[in-house]
Design a protein around this ligand. Structure first.
Ligand code: BGC
Length: 245
């Protein structure tokens, strides 16, 4: 059984677990350590190292997510993270901190890879858009299971506003939106995405997807809309799979 460590860096927690690369199952209980504040690169690298050290038996390369544009391991945006990350070579920083190769991928791209390989979009052909609804809105665009990385579709502008500012799960909470009003905003967003990409399938992820039964039936699109299958583990699983590509 090929096993690789996957790490998922989020705004509140840094989580990790070994992943069976065939099935996508976690082979040990995941470890979660709070994201340091301020979340400067050195401080985050220290926590990544602590998560890695929690699995002394799992050797080899590591996959790791980051919630920003990642170009060849380098961070190229900072919508919801400390600005000091911009320009940081995260592959190098984490590889040095962990003393082994670490490969960094955008968090939503990792979720998309996981859903396409072993989750809600497994075996699906055509165009699939995975959206992660959290502090921001992350996106993964796949065609026949192949990822086109760093799409950042949460940063599209709709009616003069960056979509993630008004339609993320954080926006729902801070603006105290009912599911009715929130899904209205999401439906305008889905319609916009359909005009541009004509996807066959939308996969809705992020922590709120566990309440899909409540708001999912209010979502409307020509394409099929399904909840993510991997929920909170999608980043860990996708990072591990992506690192071995
Ligand atoms: C970032 C994306 C990220 C998404 C979800 C957005 O603000 O720009 O890179 O995937 O949040 O974390």
């Amino acid at each position: 059984m090929a096993v690789r460590l996957g790490i998922d860096i989020g705004g509140s927690g840094i989580k990790g677990a070994p992943v069976d690369l065939e099935s996508g199952a976690l082979t040990a209980e995941r470890v979660r350590i709070m994201t340091p504040r301020p979340s400067h690169p050195e401080a985050v690298a220290g926590v990544v190292r602590r998560v890695v050290d929690a699995f002394p038996d799992v050797t080899g390369a590591i996959g790791c997510t980051f919630p920003a544009i990642v170009l060849d391991g380098r961070i190229n945006s900072a919508a919801n993270v400390d600005r000091s990350w911009i320009g940081t070579d995260a592959d190098r920083l984490f590889s040095q901190a962990c003393q082994r190769p670490v490969s960094v991928v955008n968090d939503a791209d990792a979720a998309g890879v996981a859903e396409a390989r072993v989750g809600a979009a497994a075996g699906r052909t055509g165009v699939v858009i995975v959206l992660t609804l959290g502090t921001g809105i992350g996106s993964a665009l796949l065609h026949d299971g192949h990822l086109m990385p760093n799409t950042e579709l949460g940063h599209l502008e709709l009616q003069g506003r960056v979509v993630e500012k008004g339609a993320s799960n954080r926006a729902r909470k801070t603006e105290k939106l009912s599911f009715d009003v929130w899904t209205g905003r999401l439906n305008a967003y889905l319609a916009h995405l359909e005009r541009i990409f004509s996807p066959d399938l939308f996969v809705i992820g992020g922590g709120i997807s566990k309440r899909f039964g409540k708001f999912g039936p209010m979502l409307r699109a020509r394409a099929e809309i399904v909840p993510a299958a991997l929920r909170n583990d999608a980043g860990i699983v996708g990072a591990a799979i992506w690192a071995g590509r």
